[in-house]
Design a protein around this ligand. Structure first.
Ligand SMILES: [Zn+2]
Length: 66
């Protein structure tokens, strides 16, 4: 069995806070992955940190400050 860092029921109620249509997310590489924007939200002690500030972007466009 594959180890799940968080419960599946919890994952199902999570949504990406960065996307307007609040897409459901998935687990990827031990983090929460949004398939819409590609952000990766960390999981700390089994708790998903659904904060845009904490999310890792898949790519960083140069010279674009937010
Ligand atoms: Zn997103």
């Amino acid at each position: 069995m594959e180890e799940m860092p968080i419960r599946k029921e919890l994952l199902e109620i999570l949504a990406c806070p960065a996307c307007d249509d609040r897409p459901s997310v998935e687990i990827k590489d031990g983090a929460i992955h949004c398939p819409e924007c590609g952000r990766l939200y960390p999981i700390e002690n089994g708790v998903p940190i659904m904060l845009v500030d904490k999310a890792k972007m898949p790519e960083k466009p140069s010279g674009q400050g937010e």
